[in-house]
Design a binder for this molecule. Sequence first.
Ligand SMILES: *[C@@H]1O[C@H](CO)[C@@H](O)[C@H](O)[C@H]1NC(C)=O
Ligand SMILES: *[C@@H]1O[C@H](CO)[C@@H](O)[C@H](O)[C@H]1NC(C)=O
Ligand SMILES: *[C@@H]1O[C@H](CO)[C@@H](O)[C@H](O)[C@H]1NC(C)=O
Ligand SMILES: *[C@@H]1O[C@H](CO)[C@@H](O)[C@H](O)[C@H]1NC(C)=O
Length: 209
Amino acid sequence: MYLGCAFLLLLAITAILSEKVKVSVYYETHCPCSISFIKKQLYPNYFKLDGSLDVELIPYGNTKRTLLNGTTEFQCKKDVTCRAMRIHACAAQYVTTPNITLHFLNCLMDTQYTQHDIIGCATNYSFPLEDIQNCFSDGMSSALLEKFGNRTELLSSAHIPAIAFNDQYDDRTSQKARENFLVTVCSMFKIDLPSACSFINLDFSGKAA
Ligand SMILES: *[C@@H]1O[C@H](CO)[C@@H](O)[C@H](O)[C@H]1NC(C)=O
Ligand SMILES: *[C@@H]1O[C@H](CO)[C@@H](O)[C@H](O)[C@H]1NC(C)=O
Ligand SMILES: *[C@@H]1O[C@H](CO)[C@@H](O)[C@H](O)[C@H]1NC(C)=O
Ligand SMILES: *[C@@H]1O[C@H](CO)[C@@H](O)[C@H](O)[C@H]1NC(C)=O
């Protein structure tokens, strides 16, 4: 009994110490708003929040698909966008070290997604390109795009990027997150406020620091 309680207490403490907020980002690789959100808000704040975010990337937004003779075809505004979307989808799904994935995708967003660019970004950030080479083939990345397409369509949001917290989506919070990600995400921590959020306690003016 006593040991049982001690064990539960230990579990509770562990849960508190590792409180994470899950952030799901629905985006398009070439949409200026998506690029600016990822480069200026998500990427720097992910590192500032030092392990407190559980980031889920859902590249698909603005892509269209048609069922042609039994197979799904994807249409993007430009061919490079569809290629980029596949690369992002594979990286997001199969590389489980989120900081490396974020470095790699953030790096790619400044490039034209040529072979040279992809290898350059992978090399600079130790991204395991060879581990997911298979995914870039049509079959696997198409299955991923279909999965992300289904999720994006469930969202019924017209805005890209769309941001969901802890698997809950609403337009208002998403809009707030687009405007000021740090303030919005900091308001999601219930127990253990990361030090990067300490301005929330200090600032009583109601304005973002
Ligand atoms: C549709 O698929 C069938 C069977 O795979 C094939 O014979 C046919 O040529 C395809 N049609 C088109 C328009 O691609
Ligand atoms: C990236 O994450 C891994 C695993 O969580 C960690 O060991 C590593 O220190 C992190 N690297 C950076 C640069 O944050
Ligand atoms: C990789 O790093 C080198 C050296 O810092 C830099 O010159 C190059 O532009 C980087 N490559 C990419 C694709 O960012
Ligand atoms: C996507 O949704 C369609 C229609 O509901 C379904 O048939 C298909 O299996 C789904 N695909 C994935 C990968 O979830």
